[in-house]
Ligand binder design. Structure first.
Ligand code: ZN
Ligand code: ZN
Ligand code: ZN
Length: 345
């Protein structure tokens, strides 16, 4: 009798059944694309700027140069390359009065959802997601992530900034225009907090960053997808999602604030290449990606920023929702092999 494998995440107390016994080929997940509603009105397209709140950050194209600005005095310039606007229906809203900042948590289990919720429009071109975008445009997007992270993380009531991208309706994207979201929260979310606590533990025991250790091991493992001068991409050992992959910088750092333009370019290239492999392999699937980082200076030695990409290929049902334990029918080793092949193709 051969058993399925039970694997534990590198850091989280999260278990996944790698269903080798009823494993599926990644290409089994390729679906016929549903016809997207092409003609529906898009509030994020050029010309419709007045439909959105004023931009808090604009990258404007001006005489061949990039000028950073924001919307003011009711003006809405149209020559933008990247546009960051407050979400019309924010999950977290800015404090209205100074007093609201002082005490966000009113008791142990009650507080006000104070923070920021922004939409980062990645391109004036409706369909220009990272796979289609030219490298300079994708670098603008990453630079804008960094600009927003810098501004939002400086606010005293902000404890975490989540930068993420939902792609495709099934992955939660309600607007089809290429965009990311940024949510600044007054507490550190559970998964990042657990990663931090576990990586601190590892550091205390081994005087070494656990993520640097993971990079060392996974670059030599069958789960490696891509390895270049600045980044590694691999399918994590206990992947919860079929074809999940993570992008880690080789340079140890807690967040993206001090990336150089060379590193930003390398990151944009790495992101584009790996998302293109996913797109080619399973016919443009929906996905979510998000940054894990920390703003905590004390975590300097033990935390290491990274991006986790979760393709939406299977539906989590009763067991997963009910238990927090997962079943993945594509082994991470198979996922990596297929993604590597797609990159070479
Ligand atoms: Zn649009
Ligand atoms: Zn590290
Ligand atoms: Zn993580």
């Amino acid at each position: 009798m051969v058993y399925n494998e039970l694997r534990k995440d590198y850091l989280l107390n999260r278990w996944v059944v790698i269903a080798t016994e009823r494993s599926r080929r990644p290409t089994d997940f390729a679906k016929q694309k549903a016809e997207s509603a092409q003609n529906s009105f898009c509030p994020l397209c050029v010309g419709n700027e007045h439909m959105t709140p004023p931009a808090v950050l604009l990258y404007l194209k001006q005489n061949g140069e990039i000028k950073k600005d924001k919307d003011h005095n009711g003006q809405r310039p149209k020559n933008w390359l990247v546009r960051v606007i407050p979400n019309l229906y924010p999950a977290f809203a800015p404090p209205k009065e100074q007093a609201d900042q002082a005490q966000i948590m009113k008791s142990e289990n009650f507080g006000c959802a104070i923070g920021h919720h922004e939409v980062l429009v990645e391109s004036p071109n409706h369909d220009e997601d990272p796979v289609n975008a030219e490298l300079p445009q994708l670098m603008h997007v990453v630079n804008a992530y960094i600009d927003r992270l810098r501004e939002l993380s400086a606010k005293p009531y902000v404890k975490y900034v989540s930068i993420f991208r939902n792609y495709g309706k099934e992955a939660g994207a309600s607007l089809s225009h290429a965009h990311s979201q940024i949510i600044a929260t007054p507490t550190v979310p559970r998964i990042v907090e657990e990663e931090q606590a576990a990586s601190k533990n590892f550091y205390d025991q081994h005087q070494k960053c656990v993520f640097c250790d993971i990079i060392e091991k996974e670059t030599k493992s069958p789960r490696l997808v891509l390895d270049n001068a600045h980044f590694v991409v691999f399918a994590p050992y206990a992947s919860v999602n079929p074809l999940e992959f993570w992008i880690l910088p080789k340079k140890h750092d807690t967040n993206i604030l001090s990336l150089t333009q060379t590193e930003i370019k390398a990151f944009a290239e790495t992101l584009k290449t790996s998302l293109k492999a996913l797109k080619d392999l399973v016919n443009d699937p929906p996905y979510n990606y998000g940054f894990h980082l920390t703003l905590n200076r004390e975590a300097e030695n033990y935390y290491h920023w990274h991006v986790e990409v979760y393709p939406r290929l299977s539906i989590w049902a009763g067991f997963e929702k009910n238990t927090g334990m997962y079943i993945n029918t594509v082994t991470p080793e198979t996922a990596a092999t297929e993604l590597r092949k797609a990159i070479r193709a």
